[in-house]
Design a protein around this ligand. Structure first.
Ligand SMILES: [Zn+2]
Length: 316
């Protein structure tokens, strides 16, 4: 399923084209912006993004299905209407500066009895749901998970677009319109895709060390999740698989069976002797969710991809 770009159009297996009337003029893209459709299916989202409405016309360059199918709605050098009111790095209105990818995903769900329901009424089983706190804030909420093949395809597409157009960054709608937008949301491994695509980090996972006397390792990135194993002792070495603002997914170096989330405040990179917030408060109670690190460390590698595959495998 190798993809390539010819004359601003995708060519490859499982790629189809349909022209949206919701488009602007010619542009030179600098960013890639990822979205979820909050829709029912690939087909329904394509239909909606190719329809002229009395108001609220929207579109994107590409819609990516849960089975990896791609529908391109406009050439990559033509403005589409996916970003709305938005800003990033001094630019206002990202439609004129970015390529937009919409991924078929129901988005934020709500719990109804033992099931989870989308805003349009469709019900999703627990296996397709991730409980998580959005990095922009808000309560612990159910999010529709992405499929493994969809994440792999998004990565492939992002790789190609960043390379072909020399894009500066891969962003979420949630980055350029925080407060207004929550997509692609916590179920999408944006940090991992970003660092992978932009090649900022090495391909091997970075090692960290536990700095608290004992540190809980949990099922999810929040203190409300159950521990997955006995608390890690001070000095335990872990591989960093995925970093978020306050929590990171790690794997114990000495025991690959143990994988879970720990608070960033109580781990420190190995071989880094500079003072870190973690070192400064190593004596504090372990597993406090109030990690003091501002920006999440962006890190990924082969292990992260492997880990993601294992997790995402439940989605199929
Ligand atoms: Zn969006």
């Amino acid at each position: 399923m190798t993809l390539r770009i010819e004359n601003h159009k995708l060519v490859g297996d499982q790629v189809n084209h349909r022209d949206t009337p919701n488009r602007g003029g010619v542009m030179t893209p600098s960013y890639l912006v990822l979205h979820y459709t909050a829709g029912r299916s690939l087909e329904s989202s394509v239909e909606s993004l190719c329809t002229r409405k009395p108001q609220g016309n929207a579109s994107a360059h590409v819609v990516l299905g849960r089975d990896g199918r791609i529908v391109q709605l406009a050439p990559f050098n033509i403005v589409t209407w996916h970003a709305g009111v938005s800003q990033w790095a001094g630019l206002v209105g990202l439609n004129a500066h970015s390529i937009g990818i919409e991924m078929d995903n129901a988005g934020l769900l709500k719990r109804v009895g033992s099931q989870y329901q989308a805003w349009f009424g469709k019900v999703y089983p627990e296996e397709e749901v991730l409980l998580a706190v959005h990095r922009n804030g808000g309560p612990l909420s159910p999010w529709h998970s992405y499929s493994e093949v969809q994440i792999e395809r998004a990565l492939e597409l992002a790789d190609l677009l960043v390379e072909h157009y020399g894009l500066q960054d891969v962003l979420g709608h949630e980055d350029i319109a925080p407060g207004r937008k929550s997509d692609p949301g916590p179920a999408f491994p944006l940090a991992a895709v970003k660092s992978r695509v932009l090649g900022r980090e090495s391909d091997s996972p970075q090692r960290y060390r536990v700095t608290a006397s004992s540190l809980n390792i949990r099922k999810g990135p929040d203190a409300s999740f159950e521990p997955v194993a006995a608390a890690l002792r001070k000095g335990t070495e872990v591989f960093l698989l995925e970093a978020r603002d306050r929590w990171s997914l790690v794997e114990v170096v000495a025991n690959a069976e143990v994988e879970g989330w720990v608070s960033n405040a109580f781990i420190a990179p190995l071989g880094n002797t500079r003072s870190t917030p973690a070192a400064a408060i190593a004596g504090a109670a372990p597993d406090m969710p109030e990690g003091t690190r501002g920006a999440g460390r962006k890190q990924t590698g082969k292990k992260a991809r492997r880990a993601r595959k294992q997790h995402a495998g439940q989605d199929e």
